[in-house]
Design a protein around this ligand. Structure first.
Ligand code: IYR
Length: 248
């Protein structure tokens, strides 16, 4: 009999005597192939890490968008980049739902604004809403219908193998979060803006709106587009390197 232990993002299956006797019932989810030579990065930025930092430091979370269209090919390249992220046992446990339909964006906005009204007025602690007050956020989210795209990122909590067995998706939340970070940088590199949102309590309704399967759980939702002409952002500063890096 197997014991399932919940451990830090991975569903570990305890190995028992019985499993060891029947080891041949296990087969890797990935095809077993010879390793291939690799000599490191072949594409680099002309200005190296300094140039990447300048780009990254220019990123701001944008909450007011222009309706100016963005070619879908740009979004496709950004999602391709996200899909290069490392993942537990190379399971690639993510789904990126890209919404451009005005009707679906409106439905998403309706679901989120309804929940966020309850979040802000009833569910979030007073300290939480107070901490957010300098950012001037509230339950009204025009960006959900103004931005040309919404990207809903789902983590796949498990997969299905060709032999119909359940495939373990180790560290699916960490893997999908790393892919999301790569997506943010790709969006930035295309001259576009975005915003990480975590619609509290909206996951199940958004999953069913988009007909996503039961193994997919909403991680984050990003509007993507250009900032509106009158866009303003909070006057924030970032921690200095000396505050975030410790050399040994
Ligand atoms: N999800 C809400 C509240 C919110 C929470 C945090 I933490 C933020 O950094 C920003 C907002 C909203 O999107 O308004």
């Amino acid at each position: 009999v197997r014991e399932h232990n919940k451990l830090d993002g991975a569903d570990l299956v305890a190995v028992t005597e019985e499993d060891i006797d029947q080891e041949d019932e296990f087969s890797p989810s990935l095809e077993t192939k010879d390793h291939v030579p690799f000599s490191g990065a072949s594409v680099t930025l002309p200005g190296g890490a300094k140039e990447f930092y300048k780009m990254a430091n220019d990123r701001r979370s944008v909450r007011k968008y222009s309706t100016k269209p963005v070619p879908i090919e740009v979004i496709e390249d950004c999602v391709r980049s996200a899909g290069t992220g490392p993942s537990g046992a190379h399971t690639e446990p993510w789904t990126f739902c890209v919404i451009s339909s005005a009707e679906i964006k409106q439905e998403i906005r309706d679901i989120i604004e309804q929940e966020e009204l309850l979040n802000y007025t009833q569910r979030m602690h007073k300290q939480w809403t107070t901490d957010l007050s300098p950012l001037k956020t509230n339950h009204v989210k025009e960006y959900l219908t103004d931005a040309p795209y919404l990207i809903l990122i789902f983590k796949q909590t498990y997969g299905l193998r060709e032999d119909r067995k359940r495939k373990q998706h180790y560290y699916n939340e960490i893997s999908t979060s790393i892919a999301t970070g790569i997506l943010l940088s790709a969006i930035q590199s295309a001259g576009l803006s975005s915003l990480i949102t975590t619609p509290l309590n909206c996951g199940p309704a958004l999953r069913s709106l988009l007909n996503r399967p039961a193994n997919e759980k909403l991680l984050v939702l990003l509007p993507v587009g250009y900032p509106s002409d009158d866009c303003k952002v909070p006057d924030l500063s970032r921690k200095d390197l000396s505050e975030i890096m410790v050399k040994y």
